[in-house]
Design a binder for this molecule. Structure first.
Ligand code: ADP
Ligand code: NI
Length: 206
């Protein structure tokens, strides 16, 4: 994981994975999940993102499973981790989420918590810069993407991503432990968007 994700500037670097690992273990402990599966899935969840591999949705789970199998991890654990890596991702506001195991729910919640709050703001703009997107463009309204294809192919400014995904996440968390953690982070996002627009429109100039 460290080798593969080192130097990533799109918000999926090894530090993201370490934060997700820690939060996923915290959530998994609170929910009584199998922490061995939680930890492996957290460590491997971004090992190969389809966004950066021509939309190949199988590459992440395949790499994760091949790696674990090569280390002699029990096949049932390899399967469990592979399924989590496959079904974790957000695919658009109107796109139905795949069913996850309790372990998967813990990792998904941890991944989503890392997309909100102060770190979430930082990662969103890092991702936007990585993709050459503008910060904001008042002429381009946010969109509720009804299909995964539309969500993935969107080219909208980074501030729109707050409405298209980040502000939706707190209501899409799986576990009570994560929902409690999300409150403060969500509040910060709302305040950030409000201030961003206030400054953009010069309303703070008086
Ligand atoms: P997931 O972890 O659900 O697969 P992503 O990999 O899309 O989600 O998101 C990882 C990080 O990249 C998040 O912090 C997210 O906000 C950011 N990100 C993804 N798409 C965009 C976008 N269009 N604009 C800004 N940030 C984005
Ligand atoms: Ni992630």
């Amino acid at each position: 994981m460290r080798e593969t994700l080192a130097g990533d500037a799109s918000g999926h670097d090894p530090w993201h994975v370490q934060r997700v690992r820690r939060a996923a273990l915290h959530i998994g402990r609170g929910e009584g999940a199998d922490l061995y599966v939680v930890e492996l899935a957290a460590l491997l969840h971004d090992i190969a993102d389809s966004k950066f591999h021509d939309g190949d949705e199988e590459i992440g789970p395949r790499r994760a499973m091949e790696w674990l199998a090569s280390l002699g991890v029990e096949p049932v654990v390899v399967e469990q981790v592979g399924a989590i890596v496959r079904d974790l991702s957000f695919r658009g506001a109107g796109v139905e989420q795949r069913e996850l195991t309790l372990e998967g729910q813990a990792v998904q919640d941890a991944d989503r918590l890392d997309a909100i709050g102060a770190i979430g703001v930082g990662r969103a703009f890092a991702y936007g810069g990585h993709k050459g997107r503008p910060l904001y463009d008042p002429a381009i309204p946010p969109e509720a993407h009804a299909t995964a294809e539309r969500y993935k192919s969107n080219r909208s400014p980074t501030l729109n991503h707050f409405h298209e995904k980040l502000l939706l996440l707190k209501d899409r968390l799986n576990t009570p432990t994560a929902r409690a953690l999300a409150e403060r982070r969500h509040q910060f996002l709302e305040e950030f968007v409000e201030r961003f627009l206030e400054e953009w429109e010069g309303r703070d100039l008086g």
